[in-house]
Design a protein around this ligand. Sequence first.
Ligand code: ADP
Ligand code: MG
Ligand code: MG
Ligand code: MG
Length: 400
Amino acid sequence: MSKYHPLTTEEAIEFVKNIPGFFSQEAQLECREIGDGNLNLVFHITDSKSNKSIIAKQALPYVKIVGESWPLSLDRARIEREALQQEHQLCPELVPAVLGYDDELALTVMEDLSSHTIMRKGLIEGNTYPLFANHIGEFLARTLFFTSDLGMNQQDKKELVKRFINPELCKITEDLILDEPYRFSDNNNYGVYIEDEAAVLRTDQVLHLEVALLREKFMTRTEALLHGDLHTGSIFVTAESTKVIDPEFAFYGPMGFDIGAVIANLLLNYAAQPGWTSGEKALKEKRDWLLETAIQVWEQFESRFRTLWDKHVTDHLARTPGYQDLYLQKVLQDTIGFAGCKVIRRIISLSHVADIDTIADPDIKEAAERLALAIGKALVLCNRKLHSIRELGDIVRTAT
Ligand code: ADP
Ligand code: MG
Ligand code: MG
Ligand code: MG
């Protein structure tokens, strides 16, 4: 029989005490469960003597929000742990180190990042992060390049693909992001006041064609090992530092899905800004920063990806003039398409974003939702026509 059971805080303390070389014998450990998600427990354990601290994350076998009625595989904890290790190896500054784990308990112990703020929260509080695009561009370029056929041995890659088959978590994405917003579903969750918008999403065949193509890419393209859930709630930030957490949705998929997730969440905050920033000038400045940062995320990714390609790719076909440009054009178009899908789903599907949901004034909130949907639809509709990320500025500013 498996030894799996959700740990108590005492058991979490017992587990981390035994991690070699972290806490001393005299440590006075205290533990609090601080998880804010629906799927996992997160234990924060501190030593009041040394002020050292550590995080232990444990997967639950069901989605918390609906009790035990929605079971979810515990293997995702292994997938998250291995993805963290892989990402940390490629980007040690941008991902917490894994300090211990127990796959049977679905438990991963990692560096405590409490000195950082969850980016979604930081953005809602009005902060800007000048180094963010640089950092996340580096994370995206290195994790995507070095897990693709361009950056690693092709047979080794096939072994890695096997380790990251993640059917249940992929199904959540396929349902919540790439299907349900476009039909009636009990999982959908939006106010009746935007039923007119939801009706358009259910019937627009031109939009459906693009979503069908994007879903096909999500399900069939094993381009690179993706984080799979790279929204601003999975990113810790300070003014100087960026750290990516929570890759339990990791799987081999199209690169644009991760890049698009980052851009989508910046654009959701863009749409939400009237709820958080007053004064026309301040609003414009904040929006300009968000939009420029979204563009920079792509540009920072692209320039680093090209550099890695030029340095590491030796295969003669992959070095054919024109191939790199076409490859990146495809990734750019996927990025924009998936970004659009991710914006739309945060308004219509099950799980929303606090940037918009916690706006107190109902009229401002509704306007933010409508703007987000307009941006999301515009991105999905134009994805295959896009040739430069700079077009994003006009698309977003003219969306209504
Ligand atoms: P979930 O998959 O349930 O969303 P996350 O990995 O996103 O879990 O963690 C949930 C919350 O727990 C985070 O928003 C953050 O507040 C806290 N947390 C997670 N990992 C760490 C960490 N390494 N350091 C500090 N806090 C963390
Ligand atoms: Mg969370
Ligand atoms: Mg999370
Ligand atoms: Mg998660």
